[in-house]
Design a protein around this ligand. Structure first.
Ligand SMILES: NC(=O)c1ccc[n+]([C@@H]2O[C@H](COP(=O)([O-])OP(=O)(O)OC[C@H]3O[C@@H](n4cnc5c(N)ncnc54)[C@H](OP(=O)(O)O)[C@@H]3O)[C@@H](O)[C@H]2O)c1
Length: 240
């Protein structure tokens, strides 16, 4: 039976590749987005993947959106918490808005989305949850105290959730990508980007597919013995 997968931020960047990889492994995929309707239309037309618009930082919007997904595709078996943003500033210049916008979108969303699917997964005794953290949640980064805090918070959250649900057929794992070729990284200044690539031992940025194939592996029925783990996929840039 085809599994139902929800990929937050599943229409662009890493999320787009993750949605396609899960579709290729036989899942019914719901790709969510926030405001870029053109990107959502593009993946829907190119792949037939169903797209849904809601703000993952808003619990009620997540509840409404997930109810729609469940009605149209069935109960959620696989959740990929991928949606994320940056709002960079050194901490002494960071506004309250920059702090909470990132915390709500990158960490609060994990409460919102996961809380709404976890009881059903426990009842059905199957679930795969993959949370997308970041190399900068592992090692810190200048200008990203908000982002690093949220992304490091994902690690603790995932380990606790993995332990609570290990006996219920649910696995919870984290991927901490290094710098990958997406809009988020393209927004960096060229000089900054050159310096980053120079610091990656494999000598290139990651591709969205480098991340997506590991998500599909972890989401598979056969991956039931892998839980509470963090996968650093960063071309050797940071070795934990
Ligand atoms: N790219 C990298 O090198 C890198 C490295 C480490 C970690 N990551 C993490 O990987 C994840 C994906 O990054 P990316 O580079 O693929 O990002 P991206 O290209 O900027 O795409 C972000 C996706 O998240 C969605 N999104 C943003 N805010 C949202 C909200 N409030 N509600 C619902 N959806 C929202 C966006 O929707 P719209 O299209 O509507 O805006 C978009 O689909 C993020 O969590 C990021 O922190 C990325």
């Amino acid at each position: 039976m085809a599994r139902t997968a929800v990929v937050t931020g599943g229409t662009r960047g890493l999320g787009r590749a993750i949605s396609l990889a899960l579709r290729d492994s036989g899942c019914k995929v719901a790709a969510t987005y926030h405001s870029n309707a053109a990107a959502a239309r593009e993946i829907q037309e190119a792949s037939g993947i169903a797209v849904y618009q809601w703000d993952v930082a808003d619990f009620d919007a997540c509840a409404d959106g997930l109810a729609q997904v469940t009605q149209q595709l069935g109960p959620v078996d696989i959740l990929v918490n991928n949606a994320g943003i940056t709002a960079d500033a050194t901490f002494h210049k960071m506004s309250k808005e920059q702090w909470w916008h990132v915390m709500r979108t990158n960490l609060g969303s994990l409460f919102n989305m996961t809380r709404l699917v976890i009881e059903g997964m426990r009842e059905r005794r199957f679930g795969r949850i993959v949370n997308i953290s970041s190399i900068n949640g592992r090692k810190g980064q200048i200008g990203q105290s908000n982002y690093a805090a949220a992304k490091a918070g994902i690690l603790g959250f995932s380990k606790a959730l993995a332990l609570e649900n290990a006996k219920h057929g649910i696995t919870v794992n984290v991927i901490a990508p290094g710098y990958c070729d997406t809009a988020m990284v393209a927004a960096l200044r060229p000089k900054v980007l050159d310096a980053i690539v120079a610091g990656i031992p494999v000598g290139r940025l990651g591709t969205p597919e480098d991340i997506a194939r590991v998500v599909a592996f972890l989401a598979d029925d056969a991956a039931g013995f892998i839980t509470g783990a963090t996968f650093d996929i960063n071309g050797g840039q940071y070795l934990a």
